[in-house]
Design a binder for this molecule. Sequence first.
Ligand SMILES: [Zn+2]
Length: 225
Amino acid sequence: MLQAFLQGAFELIFPDNCLLCRQFLNSRHQRQLCPNCLGSLTLNPTPFSRQPALSTFAFDQAWSVCLYNETAQKLLHAFKYNSKTSLCKTFVPLMIDFIDRYRIPLDKFDLISPIPLHPVRLRERGYNQSSLLSLDLSRHYGISHSENLLIRQKNTTTQTELGAKQRWTNMEGAFKIKNSTDVKDKTIVLIDDLFTTGATLHSAAEALKTAGAARVGVLTLSATI
Ligand SMILES: [Zn+2]
């Protein structure tokens, strides 16, 4: 009873509001989003595979957790550009739910690695949003987290302004491998927040494969389908 009283007092002093609609959250289980907003994040119904055929990509498998609808778009924007790093608490359970539901063999990979930001971009932002996701997933599934497999050598910050064809050209040679002995014969799953054309993930996977990676999978939080 005392605990309930203290919890109530805590909520009065530090009320939680839904990050999107600002509705008051009176349950301690609804930390960031109200049930409506959380419910509007739609899990992809099946493991994601995309046209053009996967054979045109350097990665071997691709999965994406939720549709890039209006809610996902707003949340991802806050996650990337407004320092709402705490959104991991919403995103990671969603990713785990998806991985477990569709039996995505994440734990069979040797390494899990985020798509790195360019060092200039990382300095500006202060964090790599994909790294926050991959770190939590590595802990949950007991996979080695490797933050420094890839180096982003092209600062391609204006992808959203570009058409699909330009994105591909823009991403050519965007990544290099820090140390190929870390990569050789390894199975690696790359984590990113968003799959649009797949050019970024393709370019990263290509660098890994050229350095001798045995298999590369990609898992993104969201995808524009
Ligand atoms: Zn809400």
